[in-house]
Write a protein that binds this ligand. Structure first.
Ligand SMILES: Cc1cc2nc3c(=O)[nH]c(=O)nc-3n(C[C@H](O)[C@H](O)[C@H](O)COP(=O)(O)O)c2cc1C
Length: 187
């Protein structure tokens, strides 16, 4: 694999984040030789989109200027060849900072557009997105965070969307190392 890889690190707080560790192993295995652009959402301090920001965005979009700094995350996302998202499984989904990031990248004219009949059409260059998560219990059919990201990829025009998980990490007696190793073996 080659090209520009964008790594969206949505892991929160923990220095010893298992999700981050799994994602780093994935990047090493598949993109060891590639240029990896990293965005650590916690450090980027991206807040929720406010009414003020929406108004400003509509104003700028009205001028056709897609190079306003406000669109930097959207442009970075649209220009990546491959995207990797790491997000711990929180409350059946993912941490709120990832939703804040999504609000920044959902920009018409940059990551997607609407056709004349009102259907979304993707503008992203990436052909694949890999979502990596770890959970305390078992996710089963409730991978809502990933399901949501996959639905968004339909709007972005990203066809190859996959998820790797390491589950049951917080269950009493869990052999965390073994679970992580087995998950990494599936990459
Ligand atoms: C705020 C919060 C919400 C969580 N929600 C769930 C959950 O709904 N289901 C689950 O199985 N584990 C849940 N967990 C456990 C985490 O998914 C698990 O510890 C995960 O490995 C954390 O990833 P990290 O090591 O990268 O921080 C939650 C943990 C936190 C801190």
């Amino acid at each position: 694999m080659s090209g520009k890889v964008l790594f969206v690190d949505s892991c929160v707080g923990r220095e010893e984040s298992r999700t981050l560790r799994l994602a780093e192993e994935y990047l090493k295995k598949h993109h060891g030789d590639s240029e990896v652009e990293r965005i650590r959402l916690e450090e980027a301090s991206i807040g929720p989109l406010t009414l003020e920001m929406r108004d400003y965005r509509d104003l700028v979009l009205g001028t056709g200027d897609l190079y306003d700094p406000m669109f930097r995350y959207a442009r970075q996302f649209a220009e990546a060849d491959e995207i990797v998202i790491a997000a711990p499984y929180w409350d059946l989904g993912f941490p709120a900072i990832l939703k804040c990031y999504i609000e920044q990248i959902m920009v018409t004219g940059v990551t997607f557009e609407y056709t004349q009949d009102g259907m979304p059409s993707g503008l992203c260059k990436a052909h694949s997105l890999t979502y990596i998560t770890t959970s305390g219990g078992y996710i089963e059919d409730r991978n809502f965070g990933f399901d949501y990201i996959r639905a968004l990829c339909g709007m972005f025009g990203i066809g190859d969307v996959r998820c790797f998980t390491a589950e049951g990490l917080d269950i009493d007696g869990a052999d965390v190392e073994k679970i992580l190793e087995e998950s990494a073996a599936a990459f």
